[in-house]
Design a protein around this ligand. Structure first.
Ligand code: GRF
Length: 359
């Protein structure tokens, strides 16, 4: 038996809400999401969405679809609780729970006048099926800006460590590309495997996925202009990076796919406190294109290494390694993908063991 009188709207009731409004010349705004741990970012977003029309209907992902979207440790709160909390907000006129990963079926049934989505999307990056359904329904699409610094991931990070537990490691993470290792670090923090928080994410590439991941997680994300030479991080950039890391008061700097070489003053300011993940079993295959080097050398085994960063490239003390087989028919890309899977396990584990005593 339920301990609450609350129940979400059925799909029919939601469609009726739309038709009633339509009959009175009013507009229904529709949005959807997980809304796992409600924070001020959600509230501001929902207020803005509501202001686009005359009533706001929120579709909440059911528990199974949150798990599929966000990983096995989510949601923190069950679907009915999430729906109940949302329905109590001033901006929200109705809540439905839906079990698919996409809201296509709801859009087709409800035919909202206006569709609102959070700002980590663009109209072009909306799911094509959802977008087609919105176009058929004649819904106007509005992308609303994200509220910086507010996210469920950041909330979970803050909650992860009890006040009097072991001190939470403050990480500064640097990356240049896809950011899959960065995501693995965030996942490890969220699931409690790594007692850390990411204080700052820095990149030498203005619009890379790495920085987008940081922004979506509500983490301070900064682009540092590398300077005039394409391959080299100039003196001003080295200084700026050191300054940002100092100001963020990080304990440890993590190079998670950072493709430039750090020198003074970063190396001095964080001596023995910078770790890198490299896609080979060091000391083999140092430098760029390590998976291709492994193939060219005819290696039958490669892997990844987490090591301390020193002035000599890929030569600092090794903290841990994991090997993967090189398979017949491997390309550099397929081998690199397999190595990255191993990195996603190794890097967060090595961070969780920090500071690691010399073997
Ligand atoms: C990883 O393979 C890492 O070893 C290397 O750069 C790659 C970064 O990948 N240094 P991602 O950006 O973390 O996906």
């Amino acid at each position: 038996m339920s301990d609450t009188d609350f129940r979400p709207l059925s799909l029919d009731e939601a469609a009726r809400l739309r038709d009633d409004l339509d009959a009175r010349g009013r507009k229904l705004v529709f949005t959807n999401g997980c809304f796992d741990l409600l924070h001020a970012g959600h509230v501001r977003y929902l207020n803005q969405a509501r202001a686009l029309g005359d009533a706001l209907l929120v579709a909440v992902n059911a528990d199974a679809s949150v798990r599929a979207l966000k990983g096995p440790t989510r949601p923190v709160n069950p679907e009915n609780d999430r729906a109940e909390v949302l329905a109590a907000l001033r901006a929200v006129d109705g809540v439905v729970v839906f079990s698919e990963e996409r809201a296509t079926r709801l859009i087709k049934t409800i035919r909202p006048h206006i569709y609102a989505k959070g700002g980590d999307y663009t109209v072009d990056s909306l799911n094509p099926e959802e977008r087609a359904a919105l176009e058929t329904a004649g819904s106007a699409i509005h992308i609303l800006p994200l509220v910086p610094g507010r996210s469920t991931t950041a909330t979970l990070q803050r909650a992860a460590s009890p006040e009097n537990g072991p001190r939470r490691l403050r990480l500064g993470v640097l990356g240049s590309g896809q950011g899959s290792n960065f995501q693995a670090i965030l996942d490890a923090i969220t699931s409690g495997r790594l007692n850390a928080e990411v204080a700052l994410a820095l990149s030498d590439q203005p619009d890379c996925a790495f920085l987008q991941t940081a922004r979506a997680a509500g983490i301070e994300a900064r682009y540092v202009d590398p300077g005039p030479q394409p391959r080299r991080l100039g003196d001003a950039a080295q200084k700026e990076i050191a300054e940002h890391l100092r100001r963020a008061n990080v304990d440890l700097v993590v190079l998670a796919g950072f493709m430039k070489i750090l020198r003074a003053p970063v190396l001095n300011a964080f001596a023995d406190r910078i770790v890198n993940v490299h896609p080979s079993l060091l000391p083999q295959f140092k430098g760029a294109n390590a998976p291709q080097q492994a193939l060219d050398a005819g290696a039958t085994e490669s892997g990844c290494t987490v090591h301390l960063v020193t002035a000599e490239i890929d030569a600092g003390r090794i903290l841990g390694q994991a090997s993967v087989p090189v398979l017949p028919g491997d390309t550099a890309a397929s081998l690199h993908d397999r190595i990255k899977q191993a990195e996603h396990d190794l890097l967060p584990r090595m961070l969780a063991e920090w500071p690691k005593k010399p073997a």
